[in-house]
Design a protein around this ligand. Structure first.
Ligand SMILES: NC(=O)c1ccc[n+]([C@@H]2O[C@H](COP(=O)([O-])OP(=O)(O)OC[C@H]3O[C@@H](n4cnc5c(N)ncnc54)[C@H](OP(=O)(O)O)[C@@H]3O)[C@@H](O)[C@H]2O)c1
Length: 272
């Protein structure tokens, strides 16, 4: 099947021309969920822009593979579950000041509300919402001391609108936007901005899992399921991880200091 991105011919965000080399020189970034997908693209982009990038995830081997791609731009590797407050606190205590925190680690599981178990509900909130809280609480004191910081939370279009069968995920991602708006107000006078990005359906392992779930539940073919989801984006394609990384780079880069408390859709116009 032709990739929807290729079909549009629009890969402008994937070229190295879009980087602002050196713009983040001297900055230390931590990207959670950096071993693959959107987080890996954000880590690559921040490294290209000059930051030293520490990587957090649960799988050491996957983080090491990502670090090998970043080379000398790699900071530290944090093997940790963001849902576990104590391990986040302990892992972050080892880090030098983090100037840029990208809370990207997340999981998406779907079920009709009446089949949403307590475990599924708790898992979605723990990883997507509490994980964002744990990492931010651990690293905000360093930003406050430095008098400069950038927090970007990866929410979702599911944080701005509803999709059937995603109540737990959607509640968590709406919560991430609430956290973003409130913290932005709290630290507005302290040199710290707090924003969210809200990707639409993005070509990653997480999307592949969602498509597998749809085919299993509905009997639709993989191509049919992909077409249905891509059609939700008025550009008729899936978002790329690099599209999201570009928005994050803009929010943390020079010139965006006045932008705080916003939730930026990266969705080809699906939500605006
Ligand atoms: N793909 C989409 O369509 C889409 C759309 C909107 C928003 N998003 C959001 O974008 C973010 C990244 O998604 P993605 O599509 O790139 O997913 P992905 O390819 O599945 O990657 C998820 C990343 O998060 C890490 N992770 C998962 N659970 C974790 C935990 N408990 N503690 C620490 N790390 C954890 C994973 O590494 P390990 O498993 O090795 O820990 C991996 O690095 C998520 O917040 C997701 O909700 C995705």
């Amino acid at each position: 099947m032709t990739s929807p991105t290729a079909a549009t011919g629009d890969t402008s965000n994937n070229t190295s021309n879009s980087t602002s080399a050196g713009a983040l020189q001297g900055r230390h970034a931590l990207v959670t969920g950096a071993s693959r997908g959107i987080g890996a693209a954000i880590a690559r982009r921040l490294a290209q822009d000059g930051a030293t990038v520490s990587l957090l995830g649960r799988d050491r081997a996957a983080l090491e593979a990502q670090a090998a791609q970043l080379g000398q731009a790699t900071g530290q590797l944090l093997v940790c579950d963001v849902a576990d407050a104590a391990s986040v606190q302990a892992a972050c205590a080892e880090l030098p000041t983090v100037h840029i925190l990208v809370n990207n680690a997340g999981q998406a599981e779907s079920a009709p509300l009446t089949r949403t178990s307590d475990a599924l509900w708790s898992r979605m909130l723990a990883v997507n919402l509490s994980g964002t809280f744990h990492c931010t609480r651990a690293l905000l004191p360093g930003m406050l001391s430095a008098g400069w910081g950038r927090v970007v939370n990866v929410s979702s279009t599911a944080g701005l609108r509803g999709y059937a069968y995603t109540t737990a995920y959607s509640a968590a991602k709406h919560g991430v936007i609430g956290l973003t708006r409130a913290l932005a107000q709290e630290v507005a006078g302290k040199g710290i901005t707090v924003n969210a990005v809200c990707p639409g359906f993005t070509e990653t392992d997480l999307l592949a899992e969602s498509i597998a779930h749809i085919t299993q539940r509905t009997g639709r073919s993989e191509d049919e399921a992909r077409r249905t989801l891509a059609a939700l984006n008025p550009q008729g394609r899936f978002i790329t991880p690099e599209d999201v990384a570009h928005a994050v780079a803009w929010l943390v880069g020079p010139g965006s200091a006045a932008v705080t408390g916003v939730a930026v859709p990266v969705s080809g116009g699906e939500v605006s």
